[in-house]
Design a protein around this ligand. Structure first.
Ligand SMILES: Cc1ncc(COP(=O)(O)O)c(C=O)c1O
Length: 393
């Protein structure tokens, strides 16, 4: 039995998107910038996808969608595209639970003289609106706050935060990569100026993402070249991946009214099933939470008999042997385990920062998968941790 529970990492491309890609690769492989029939067919495909993605967001017009290679590039384009409008470094605000596509970009900006305020979060990973209000300065040009946190599932009060930024004349960006297709997204109601998306998180194809740019917001390109995507993203568009993204966006909007409550039910069932497991504590906010997201930290003695650390990655490997794919919260750089910056920002210890696990559900997840996973996970935890407790380590 194979159970994939890592839909926040990537989603299996849906059949409709694969069919679209196959047709384009076989029959409609033109360059959308070419003036002839082949090119114009490709251009029509890109514009159809632009309309489909704009519709998912209730964007005021399709031209507010700039296609990128994915969520990372959309995040980079938001921060760098805005900050490059200024001849001198100014101030920007992010949260302490951003994806590295934002936090790393912000860190690099500080090397160029930009000042960055990183807002704290509470134990559940939520930003406090008052903290944002207080952090805004006369030279703040942009606030960027993640909408749905990928590691702990917490959803931020984006509408309220965007209002606070706008009240002081500051632009607002949100990374909605994990939210798209799972919760209704309406950029006009949210009042955001910029919003990042990724195609492969909504059953599209890896290699396409988008940045929504509210009409009237001035941003600059990262790449020099042919001036595609309204001069904001030079380079021949990846038409197959973009088309797959468009199809996935349209179908996500159609399926959300039934799929989101179904996922929430499975999510809550998994939390309930694990509630009597003495080795796990749920992380993130239980109420303001991504519909498909379950996360924990493990409470375990820090080392086994051989002195090896039991971390989230230990559980990932053990579950993988049992045919279940999940992920650990912490990053592993060149073989060295580092505690998750997200869990540390939420007030967890260094050891707890290594003990995060995340199970993210999706279209193919069934209630049987959830029951089975809970049972296997409990057995693994018991087998790994109980002997250590017995010998009093
Ligand atoms: C919140 C968030 N932002 C950005 C990204 C990066 O997206 P991509 O893989 O499309 O570059 C991810 C991917 O995990 C994510 O979860």
């Amino acid at each position: 039995m194979q159970i994939y529970l890592d839909y926040s990492a990537t989603t299996p491309p849906r059949l409709e998107a694969i069919a679209k890609v196959r047709d384009i690769l076989t029959n409609q492989w033109g360059n959308p910038s070419s003036l002839h029939t082949w090119g114009q067919r490709a251009a029509t495909i890109v514009e159809t996808a632009r309309f489909q993605v704009a519709s998912l967001l209730n964007a005021p017009n399709a031209d507010s969608i700039i296609f990128t290679s994915g969520g990372t590039e959309a995040d980079n384009l938001a921060l760098l595209g805005i900050t490059r409008q200024y001849s001198k470094p100014q101030h920007l605000i992010i949260s302490s639970v951003e994806h590295s596509a934002i936090s790393e970009t912000a860190r690099r900006l500080t090397q160029n003289g930009w000042e960055v305020t990183t807002l704290p979060v509470n134990r559940q990973g939520r930003v406090n609106a008052l903290d944002l209000k207080e952090a805004i300065r006369s030279n703040t040009v942009l606030v960027s706050i993640i909408y749905g946190q990928s590691e702990v599932g917490t959803v931020q009060p984006i509408e309220e935060l965007a209002k606070i930024a706008h009240a002081q004349g500051v632009l607002f960006h949100t990374d909605a990569v994990q939210v798209a297709g799972r919760l209704p997204l309406d950029v006009q109601r949210l009042g955001v100026d910029l919003l990042s998306l990724s195609g492969h998180k909504i059953y599209g194809i890896q290699g396409a993402g988008a940045l929504y740019v509210r009409p009237g917001v001035a941003i600059g390109p990262l790449l020099a070249g042919g001036g595609q995507e309204q001069k904001l993203r030079s380079g021949t568009q990846g038409v197959p991946a973009i088309a797959g993204f468009g199809v996935a966006a349209e179908l996500a909007a159609l399926e959300m009214p039934t799929e989101t409550p179904r996922l929430m039910g499975l999510r809550d069932r998994l939390f309930d099933l694990m509630a009597d497991c003495p080795y796990l504590i749920p992380t993130g906010d239980r109420l303001y939470r991504l519909p498909h997201h379950v996360s924990f930290i493990m409470i375990a003695p820090s080392a086994n008999h051989q002195g090896e650390k039991i971390t989230g990655k230990t559980i990932v490997r053990q579950l993988n042997l049992a045919g279940i794919g999940i992920s650990a919260g912490s990053a592993c750089h060149s073989g060295q385990l580092t505690p998750s910056p997200i869990l540390l920002a939420m007030g967890y210890s260094q050891t707890e920062g290594l003990a995060g696990i995340r199970l993210t559900l999706g279209r193919e997840t069934t209630s049987e998968d959830i029951e089975w996973t809970a049972m296997v996970l409990k057995q693994i935890l018991h087998r790994l941790i109980q002997p250590l407790i017995m010998v009093g380590r």
